[in-house]
Every structure is written in C-alpha cells, then in structure tokens.
Design a protein around this ligand. Sequence first.
Ligand code: AAL
Length: 403
Amino acid sequence: MLTRLFLPCCLMAALAACSEPAQTENAVANTPDYTNIDPEIIDYLGITDPEHLSAASKRALAWPEGSRSNKWFLQYETFDLKGDFAYEEGVVRRDPSAVIKVGDTYYTWYSRSVGPSQGFGGDIENDKVFPWDRCDIWYATSKDGWTWEEQGVAVARGEKGTFDDRSVFTVECLPHDGKYYLTYQTVGGPYEVRVKNQVGMAWSESPDGPWTKLDEPILSPADNGVWKGTAQDRFAVEKKGDFDSHKVHDPCLMFFNDKFYLYYKGEQMGEEITFGGRQIRHGVAIADNPLGPYVKSKYNPISNSGHEICVWHHDGGIAALVTTDGPEKNTIQWAPDGINFEIKSYIPGAPHAIGLVRENDNTDDPLKIMEWGLTHQYVSSDYQIIRRFEGARKERHKAKGVK
Ligand code: AAL
C-alpha cells in the first residue's frame, strides 16, 4: 500500500516557479526536495533514476492526493435513439437538457429548428445562420430512455421586438420545490456576428407546462468589452472585456448550499485560439430565489476551459465535466464549494452537450450519473440528432480474450 504518495499541493506552485529563469526567495525556499522521495512513490511512478528526474516526472510527483485512483476515470459509448429522436431529414434536434423523471416518465427539453443553415453574409432577416438559429424549445418523453415521443413546443420565441424573438435554445431544467425551471439561451433581433446572447427563464408547475416566461433575461454578457470598428467582426476589439463579454451560453441551474447556482459558458469579444484551442470559460451567477436576481460570482471565470455545462452534485460539492475547448478540455473536475474546481481525471474525450439523468445525481459514486444520459451528434453541418451515451469507470486495460 503506498503511503504519502504525492507532494503537498503547495509545492505545485514551486514547481511552476522552478521553471522560471529568476527564482524568487519564496520559490527557492519552496523548491521541492527530490532527495528524500518515498521509494514506493518512485516505484509507483516507474521512475528509473530518482537522481535524474525529467520535467514530466517532477510534474507527476506534484499530482495531488487521489490521482492514483481510477475513481473519476470515465469511458463511454454512444447509441442511436428510437421514436421521434431517430434522424429526421430537415429537422435539427440538439443540446438536450437533463433527463428528469416524473412518476414513470422521463422528460427532456431541447433546441428544435427546421431547414438548412446558410451562415452569415446572406439575407440576415430571412436566413438561418446556425442550426441553433430560429429555434423553439420542444420537449419529449420516454418510458425506457431509448424510445422518445416528441410532445411539442414547451417555450416559443418571443413576440417581434422582444429580447428572445429570434431564437430560444440550449435549455436546461431544474425541478425544485414542486416547480420546474427552464433556463435557456436567447437571441433577439437580427442574428449578426456581433449580436449578444442572453439567458432567459420560464417556469411551470408541471413538466408538461404551461410555461410562464420571465419578461426580462436573467443573465447578460459583461458590458466592459469594446468593439473595434463597425464591421461584423467578433475578433476586432479595442478591449476584450470579461470572459463573458460577448455571449452567455449553456445555462444550467443547480440548487446548492441553499442557493440557486446558475452555471454558464461565457464567450469573449476578441476570442483567440491559444495552446488549448478556443478561449472558452465557465462562470456562475448565484441567487437566493429561483427567479433571481442572479449575481455573477466575483471569482468568475471558474474554469479556464470547457464548452457546454455538465455539472452534478457529489460529496457536498459540485463536479463538472469540462469538454471541447481550452487546455483543460476532457477533464472531470470537482469543487467542494461549487467555485474552486480541481482536476480529478483526464478522460479520453467525452460526449458533447450532455443531458444528465438527475435521478442518478448526488450519490457516493461520482460516476454513477454517467451510467446513461443524452448527448447530440452532428449528422451534417445542418442537422444534429439527440443520442444516448452510457459511461462507466475504466477498471482494467485488457487484451482480447483475457478474462
Ligand atoms: C452548443 C452550445 C450553445 C452554442 C451552440 C448552441 O453546443 O454551446 O448552444 O450557442 O452550441
């Protein structure tokens, strides 16, 4: 049994400092001592000669407690669904919400639109610029999680001139205290490249509606970015502003620590491609009441990577699957306070736009909730379908035929 497996996390900072040309006094004082490493650690990490440690071995020595375990190491596979979620030419169904079970029926809500997308540069008043443009929020039900029946529109776009008159899309659902709360992305007016995306909310006393929409968005982008020029160029900025200065996306409302935590993805004006890909980060806004007001955390951004929000309750904190963009893509992270996330595993890719099955939330096993859920897949650039994923912890790497 290995003991005292990893260097204290405080030394991790020193490791980074060690790579700097000029070391501050503190860094020198904190430089890890590589002369007295537990031989069991050397054995576990397979280090040939502790007298000659590579940079990678030094990073491995700094991994936090628990990095030896496969507790958070997920693998998954995906499957086509039946019924109305089977592929239908000409129809977009994507970005499924969490799966909520009411009685013996599973519910999910999703973005639905029809027809191909033309992108930007055409007739902005009549074109469809993205598959998620000109969407309404529909919902579907299932008895077994495999065959789904489309029930119809849950939340439609607003009247012309309202903040959500162009598209309502990318929805999540929180059941709480006998009510159901939908949060979703909104676009109002012409869907130009620089248009700002906000977050709207609707609530109901039944998963089948009717839904009452709030008249105003519950979340908006930061207003401290400055565009350069008037061309519809989202990369031309005088000032980028906060991580969420262009769009607030992928809202996911969680009840945590007796408050309402609205996790979301931010898109920044002047977004760039870095060593991890797109600059995409997550934030959270917190309210005492489900209908708001939501106040953005002063600790935002709370991730440095990611795309759609996929969060669940575990061990008194919040776990998050971070996918798609940024240097920490394809990691599972956990925050005891719902704010300060640390990496718990690096997984081999992950389903996108996950809808978690909330009856499997908040268990002792952090991956129980990954047993199955919904995701989406691109059949083409115009059409996407909702599919099922099934996840499991990887226990062994076995060759064919090995028991
Ligand atoms: C999704 C989400 C948001 C984006 C688009 C539709 O995966 O991140 O909703 O706007 O892509």
